[in-house]
Design a protein around this ligand. Sequence first.
Ligand SMILES: [Zn+2]
Length: 262
Amino acid sequence: MSAARADPAARAIVVGRAGALAEPVALEDGEHDDAIFLGVQEGGAPLFAVEREGVELKGLRDLAVSLPAAQLGAVAYASGVANWARATRFCGICGTATRAGEGGHVRICENGHHHHPRTDPVVIMLVGDGDRVLMGRQASWPAGRYSALAGFVEPGEPLEAAVAREIAEESGIRVRDVRYVASQPWPFPVSLMLGFHATYESGEPHALDGELEDVRWFTRDEVTTAASGDDTWIDGPDVDGLLLPPATAIARLLIDRWLAEG
Ligand SMILES: [Zn+2]
C-alpha cells in the first residue's frame, strides 16, 4: 500500500457530497495518506478515491446516465466508499472516533470495533401482461417521462418478496413469477439496483402511496414507438407522448429486454 500511494502513476477519482469528476486525476501533495485505495488500473497504475475542496463536481445522476458502464462502475465504487467513510467517522457501537485501515476499506475505533462498507439493495421492476407493461412517473419529472417502479428492500426480506410488495404498495397490482434480469450500481448514496421482470396477476393500477403521480399500462406499440426515438430523458423538454429512460439506465434495459422477448 505504501508503494501504491507513492507511485507517480497513481490516479484518483475525485468525489464529494455534490458528485464526482468522471476522469481520474493525479494525486496532490498531502492527500496520499487519506486516499482510499480502489484497485489497479489496466497497465498497473494504482487508483484511489479522494475528496477535494474547491472542485466543481458533476452530479452523479447526470454521470449515471452519461458514462459508459465500466467508467460509471469505478465512479460509483469511489463515491460509495467515500460516502461510507465520511459517514463512519465515529463508531456506531461506542461513539468514539474511527481511523482508516486496509487501504480505507475498514474503519476501526479505539475499542477495536470494525466497520465495513455496505450496500443498500433497491429493486426495480417491470410488470408485463403479455401486450402491456406497467410504468409510473413522479410529479417532479418533466411531462411524458415514465419508468419502471422501484423501492428499497426491507431488512430480512427476500428480493422476490420486495418486488411484489413494492408493486402492490405503489400501484395496487398483484404479480407472480418474479425473474431477476440484471443489476446496476446506484450511488445515491450506496445503493445497488436489482432489476426484475414480473408477470401481472390481478388488480387495476392506481397511484397509491404518494410516491408516484401516475402509474398506468403502456401497450407494446406505444413502448416500441418511444424506444425508437432518441430524445434525452433527463434534460429534454416536456413531450406529449411517452419518453423512456436513456439506454444507460437499468430501467431501459428492462424495457428493451421486454420488447425483445416479444
Ligand atoms: Zn467502537
